[in-house]
Design a protein around this ligand. Structure first.
Ligand code: ARG
Length: 293
């Protein structure tokens, strides 16, 4: 990214100054919904909305993936776009490898990370999170012929996970960090392909992604297995630790899209059933049928 040094400087200069500078020395991405900005639009006297760079590992359908036109799409993307619109800022999504995604946030190369990120106590030590916006739980996927009926049955088997995910944490606890039976992949779809090819016996990943994959790959002859021992998880939007201003904006946006029904409409679009209750409750009702709460 050629604008990096500029961005670094802007970060030091502070948010307000940053938008003024952007207005003065460069053309900020003109928002598609500019017409929706208050009367008069982005006039010379009004600083244009700041464009925040959002990192996402776009190989995690239906939360984030790339379509045929290489556009980044998905539930997380729609939610963050709606949050941004609600809170009055602009966003630009950048496909970012999962393994470096939190580092990019820390370095200031990304302002936000939306990537079906589970809020965990360990992650909270190095980053801040928005209010939770989705409930999830781990789900095991195996071939239909498999005898696996619970998590413990994976003990003697080869298991594929995406490196550094909560699925990785779960299997690491069961098999031990250095177990040769854990096959770690850069992307969740690579682990699933390996299951299809017979290179691993099972994959452990977030329920929404696993269910989506199984539904879309009937030829793979997969089935899913739940286990009550999996800890209920919640997704949050990650923000650089200490950036209270952006955190407040994001939370304000999230509350707004929940209050005006946008969140529920997006939920229904991706997961099939609308709900008028709270974000966490709406997510829980369809995303974690067996093992949550
Ligand atoms: N929810 C899991 C975690 O936070 C997996 C997220 C992976 N997301 C992705 N886009 N690859 O560890």
């Amino acid at each position: 990214m050629t604008e990096k040094p500029v961005r670094r400087f802007l970060l030091i200069a502070g948010w307000t100054t940053a938008s003024l500078l952007l207005a003065a020395c460069g053309k900020p991405d003109v928002p598609a919904n500019a017409a929706l900005t208050p009367a008069g639009g982005p006039a010379a006297s009004t600083a244009p909305a700041r464009v925040y760079v959002v990192g996402t590992d776009a190989a995690y359908a239906p939360f984030e993936s790339q379509n045929e036109k290489a556009e980044i799409v998905g539930f997380d993307i729609d939610v963050v776009k709606a949050v941004a619109h609600q809170a009055g800022f602009e966003v630009k999504f950048v496909n970012t490898p999962w393994e470096g995604i939190f580092n990019a946030l820390q370095q200031g190369d990304r302002d936000l990370v939306t990537s079906a990120v589970t809020i965990t106590p360990e992650r909270r030590q190095t980053m801040d999170f928005s209010q939770p916006y989705f409930d999830a739980v781990q789900l095991i996927v195996v071939k239909q012929t498999s005898k696996v009926a619970r998590f413990n049955d994976l003990k003697p088997l080869k298991v594929g996970v995406q490196t550094g995910t909560t699925g990785d944490e779960a299997i690491t606890k069961l098999l031990g960090k250095t177990s040769p039976n854990i096959k770690r992949f850069e992307l969740t779809p690579l682990a699933l392909k390996e299951l299809e090819a017979g290179g691993v016996d099972a994959v452990v990943a977030d329920n929404g992604v696993v269910s989506n994959y199984v539904a879309n790959n009937p030829a793979g002859q997969f089935k899913t297995v739940t286990d009550p021992s999996f800890t209920p998880e919640q997704y949050g939007i990650a923000i650089k630790k200490g950036n209270a201003e952006l955190l407040a904006k994001v939370n304000q946006g999230l509350a707004g899209i929940q209050a005006n029904g946008t969140y529920q409409a997006l939920y229904a679009k991706y997961f099939g059933s609308a709900s008028s209750v709270g974000i966490a409750a709406a997510a829980a009702s369809a995303a974690a049928p067996a093992a949550s709460k």
